[in-house]
Structures are given as C-alpha cells and as structure tokens.
Design a protein around this ligand. Structure first.
Ligand SMILES: NC(=O)c1ccc[n+]([C@@H]2O[C@H](COP(=O)([O-])OP(=O)(O)OC[C@H]3O[C@@H](n4cnc5c(N)ncnc54)[C@H](O)[C@@H]3O)[C@@H](O)[C@H]2O)c1
Length: 314
C-alpha cells in the first residue's frame, strides 16, 4: 500500500523516458499530466508513441484497457499547470545539469510543499541540482531503465538531505506500480546500473577499437552468450552456479585471473570519433537511423515476450 491513492502525477519531459513513465503511472490508475518544453512534439510524437505502446501492451495481453490508460494522460501547455496539484513529479528532461537545476528550482516554487520531486537522471548525483529546491528533503533520484513500463528496476538514490520518510514512500509507491526498487546507499555518479553498463561498453570499445573482434561479434557475445543467463541471474548468481563450491569456489578458481584482467581492461581507452563512426556504420546496415523508432517498438515487443514468459513461469 502507498499513500498516493487519490493523487495526481506529473511527468516533465515527454521524450523516450518521460512518456514511458506516464504509462507506468496511468496504468496503475492515476491521473497523469505531461509537460514538455517542445509542445508540438508532445502532440505529434509523444502521444502517438504512447498510443502505440499501449496498443502493443494490449495485443501482448499485458494491458486490459488501453483506452482508459490513454485517457488518463493529459497534456498541459505550461509547467505551472502541469504540477499545480501534483503529489509526485517525475522529471525526465534532457541530461543537462544546468537545465535540471533550473527546473528543480521552479518545481520547488510551483508544486505543493509536500509533493515528491523525483529525477530520472542517468548519472548525475541529486545534490548537484536539488540543493536550491524549497524543501529539498522531498527530492531524490528515481532512475528507471528504459522503458520503465516494461523493465521493472528503478534505482532510488537519495541526496544527503532526502527525508528518510520520502525514500520509504517512494519505495512503497514503486512496488505498488509494479517496479522493482533498489536503494543506492551514498551518492555516486552513474549509480549502480550505469556504472556496470558503461564499464562494459568502455571495454567493448577497447576490444573492437584494437581489432580483437568485430562490432557484430561483440554484440553476439552478449545476445548469444552472457545475456542468456543475465536475464534471470546477476553476475554474483552466475558465479555461484558456475562452481560446485559456489561463489567462494568460483572466486578461488578464477579470482587471480580476474585481478589480472582488471589491470588489462582499458577503462581509460581513448575511443575516438572514427571508432564511434565505424561502429555506427556497422549497426546502420541492419538498422538505418530512420528505422530506429520502428526498431524500438520491436525491442519493446521482445521485452514483452520475456515479461509474459516470466509471468507464466511464476
Ligand atoms: N533513454 C534512456 O535509456 C534513459 C534511461 C534512464 C534515464 N534516462 C534519463 O532520462 C532523462 C530523459 O531522457 P530521454 O532519453 O527521455 O531524453 P529525450 O531527449 O528523449 O527527451 C527529453 C525531453 O525533454 C524535453 N526538455 C528538455 N528540456 C526541457 C525543459 N527545461 N522543460 C521541459 N522539457 C524539456 C525535450 O524537449 C525532450 O522532449 C535524461 O536525464 C536521461 O539521462 C534516459
């Protein structure tokens, strides 16, 4: 249970993440207001994208009433109107520190004083932009994985001055919404998920950049290798099952090699524009940039199939 039953949710930023959050809140039965600095895009891109996602969810048997959810989401043409009676605001504007700082200052003035103010930032610790908010104890990072209406994990990252009761309310709310919250204990850029994700990506750039494998083969190492287990086991769980003596035995066997590789891996690899362009060109052969929205819908349907299988497996 949470204490948001009759309240209003505001999503600020209607891009990839903001529109997905709107679905999360509306699907749970809440009224949602949506605001973006680019009002035209809200009408021409955000709403049609939400409609398409809801129809895909309904077709996959993961949503009973797509029309009701769609009708719960209302566009507002001013920030003030969007948040005036909000009890929870989820900010998902572009990853720009100054823009977030300005917006949070405004949110502090425009929202009811007990409204929770959450940010979707991928990496910026909250204390860098939530400090000047009126009543900063109500601010925290609620970092989703895109799209959050399909991927349950959220990272709750309090600032040093986030009220513990606010953190508890957020955790309860996320559980009610069907998300899987974890709490990041102490501020660290990138939180947990993106530190893991970008460490892997940086070493991938090193391996491809130095010609150890092609970009296609690098992706296959995940899709046909590591990620087959990672859909249901984390790296600690994988280690535990990869040795008959469990994680302890796994580390005794492979720990020394792991330490050597850690010195070898290149977190400081100087990847450059030419390498990025080469990888982009390879990916664009199978997915030209203009087909990205279509391919995103394909990705989401694949995740839906995984979700359905998880549900039937219990
Ligand atoms: N894309 C991802 O996979 C992902 C995952 C988790 C978190 N995030 C984070 O979520 C946030 C949004 O990412 P996204 O991928 O949706 O970006 P996006 O570029 O798709 O959307 C950002 C939206 O914010 C709007 N905007 C910019 N400044 C604004 C302002 N001052 N007021 C109102 N609207 C404004 C833009 O018009 C745009 O529609 C970022 O902080 C990002 O780091 C992204």
């Amino acid at each position: 249970m949470n204490d948001f039953e009759s309240n209003r949710f505001a999503c600020i930023g209607g891009g990839n993440v903001g529109r997905a959050w709107a679905i999360v809140f509306a699907r749970a039965g809440y009224a949602v207001t949506l605001y973006d600095a680019d009002l035209a895009a809200l009408e021409t891109q955000t709403l049609p994208a939400i409609r398409r996602s809801l129809d895909d969810l309904a077709e996959a048997g993961l949503l009973a009433d797509a029309d009701r959810v769609f009708e719960s989401i209302r566009i507002e043409s001013s920030l003030a109107d969007a948040v005036a009676d909000a009890s929870y605001v989820q900010e998902s504007i572009s990853e720009n520190l100054e823009a977030k700082r300005t917006l949070f200052r405004e949110l502090g003035e425009l929202t009811p004083k007990d409204a929770i103010l959450a940010s979707s930032t991928s990496a910026i610790p909250g204390s860098r932009f939530m400090e000047t908010v009126d009543e900063p104890g109500r601010c925290l990072i609620v970092h989703p994985v895109n799209p959050p209406y399909l991927i349950p994990l959220v990272e709750l990252c309090p600032t040093p001055w986030t009220d513990p009761a606010v953190l508890d309310r957020c955790r309860d709310l996320m559980v009610t919404l069907g998300q899987r919250p974890i709490t990041v204990q102490g501020e660290i850029p990138g939180f947990i998920l993106n530190r893991l994700q970008f460490t892997l990506l940086t070493e991938a750039l090193h391996l491809v950049g130095e010609g150890y494998c092609t970009p296609e083969d690098l992706d296959h190492v995940l899709t046909d290798g590591l990620a087959m287990r990672w859909a249901f086991l984390g790296p600690f769980g994988v280690g535990h099952l990869n040795a008959t003596q469990g994680f302890q035995g796994y580390m005794e066997n492979l720990g020394p090699m792991m330490r050597e590789l850690a010195f070898d891996a290149r977190m400081d690899y100087p990847w450059d524009e030419a390498l990025v362009a080469r990888i982009h060109e390879t990916l664009s052969k199978t997915c030209p940039v203009e087909e990205v929205p279509e391919r995103q819908a394909w990705r989401d349907r694949r995740i839906m199939a995984t979700l359905k299988r998880r549900q039937s497996d219990g």
